[in-house]
Design a protein around this ligand. Sequence first.
Ligand SMILES: [Mg+2]
Ligand SMILES: [Zn+2]
Length: 243
Amino acid sequence: MKILMVFDFDHTVVDDNSDTWVVRCLPGQTLPDSVKNSYKKGQWTKFMGQVMNYIGDQEVSPERLRSVMETIPFTAGMTDLLTFILENKSIVDCIIISDSNTMFIDWILHSAGLQTAVDQVFTNPAKFNEAGYMEVQCHHSHDCTRCPVNLCKKKVLELYLSERSDRGVEYERIFYVGDGGNDLCPTSCLRECDVVMPRKGYTLEKLLDKLQGQEDHACLRATVNAWNSGTEILQELKTSMQT
Ligand SMILES: [Mg+2]
Ligand SMILES: [Zn+2]
């Protein structure tokens, strides 16, 4: 029997937002108002396209971009947790579902030597075009009304679980680790034996508190266990592997 670890990326694996960290590659480390004000609710990917266009216009090289992204800090205890997962790959599967992009996540995991801890990364695909500009696409399309247009994490998780099931892999327990508003939707497909781990003091924890305070919260079957650091998550994982 196997365990599945599902991680959000920004403010979960890393202790900041990779999409805003990227402006540090600019000489003034800030965006002009014309770009800042172009964001429209629910259209984050489109906004990131504009940010990356502006960065490209400033002739920031891909190498410079990469080296700046590699300085984003991991959340406390997360590299230990991912190292443990790496050492226990026969029992623990691990995926990331994130609204960042493939290049940022690959670079950051690679810089810590942890890319092989993660079996699959589900995020917005990114690549450099011929002019040296990074282009970010939507991960998929979906019909969930609760989620941003480019990504419904529940749809990703359900698809992953059914593909694994087709290959005969069933999980004894799933841990879902996240912090944000878009991490709520996928928690509704977790079972009673699963654990949702919201980061203490962040949006997901507040949303789950609210949900649990309602009389009818049938859509939340999993146990809720909040965390401050990767060390606490590691302890939960180890305990779960002993029983
Ligand atoms: Mg997050
Ligand atoms: Zn959704």
